[in-house]
Design a protein around this ligand. Structure first.
Ligand code: NAP
Length: 243
């Protein structure tokens, strides 16, 4: 029977590429976004027709514990079990820390970090019972080295990296692997605010000379979840040797 992959932030960017990559390989999909349900359902329709897989689409605010619990109750009612969890949904915030409100801080931390807790807590009982499961968290190089004017984002992704390593230790005895990909500059809407001058100077700093693509990240996710479960607790940089 085909395995089922849960992908948050599936309506565009890296999440959309992950959806395509796994659909192509015959996996069934649970696709989640916060509000872009029309785009999400269009993607789901296209891939389910093209690859003959199940592509279920849901809105869920992964920064909100109750919203995640509601979604997993619904999945449970529909008899859907998750074999692979991809925590991809995320938001960025640029600005000086001193100008940031509590609300803005909490939004970044809850969307990028607490979401990993909420979804992992929901899927782990099923994975532990099956003694099998894979979790991949989409992190950032800023979680390793920090970025000026992106303190909250860097802190959230640093938290994701520590979360990944700690949870991997906790669930390795249950046959579950937990890894993260620390992406560098990936060409998605998240970076659409940059001018062509800013983009060029960033690319000049990346030894590979270009941004990564969301399809390349998706292939990395696939390689990680199809590797031996002995690959666990790793935060793998994917940044063209940038950092
Ligand atoms: P993106 O194009 O902005 O897409 C973000 C996705 O996350 C959308 O599907 C969005 O859904 C969803 N989302 C945002 N907040 C959500 C919430 N509260 N609940 C549920 N879904 C939510 O971003 P991306 O560039 O593909 O980034 C994906 C991941 O990669 C993020 O975790 C990001 O931090 C990480 N990353 C990206 C880069 C980069 O250079 N792009 C670098 C390092 C790490 P809606 O459409 O409904 O809003």
């Amino acid at each position: 029977m085909s395995k089922t992959v849960f992908i948050s932030g599936a309506s565009r960017g890296i999440g959309k590429s992950i959806v395509n990559c796994f659909a192509k390989k015959g996996y069934n999909l649970v696709m989640v976004c916060k509000s872009s349900i029309i785009q999400l359902e269009e993607i789901g329709k296209i891939i389910s027709e093209k690859y003959s897989v199940s592509a279920k689409c849901y809105t869920c605010d992964v920064s909100d514990s109750a919203s995640v619990n509601d979604l997993f109750r619904r999945l449970n009612d529909e008899g859907i079990e998750i074999d692979i969890l991809i925590n991809n949904a995320g938001i960025s915030y640029m600005g000086l820390l001193q100008d940031m409100t509590d609300e803005e801080w909490n939004q970044v931390i809850n969307t990028n970090l607490s979401s990993c807790f909420y979804t992992s807590r929901a899927v782990l009982p099923q994975m532990i019972a099956r003694h099998n499961g894979r979790i991949v968290n989409i992190s950032s190089v800023w979680g390793k080295v920090g970025a000026s004017t992106e303190v909250a984002y860097s802190a959230s992704k640093g938290g994701v990296n520590a979360f990944t390593k700690a949870l991997a230790k906790e669930v390795a005895p249950s046959g579950i692997s937990v890894n993260a990909i620390a992406c560098g500059f990936i060409d998605t809407q998240m970076n659409a605010h940059l001018s062509s001058f800013e983009r060029k100077s960033l690319f000049d700093d990346i030894p590979a000379g270009r941004p990564g693509t969301s399809d390349e990240v998706a292939e990395m996710v696939y390689k990680i979840v199809t590797a031996s479960e002995y690959l666990t607790g790793q935060v793998i940089s994917f940044d063209g040797a940038w950092m």
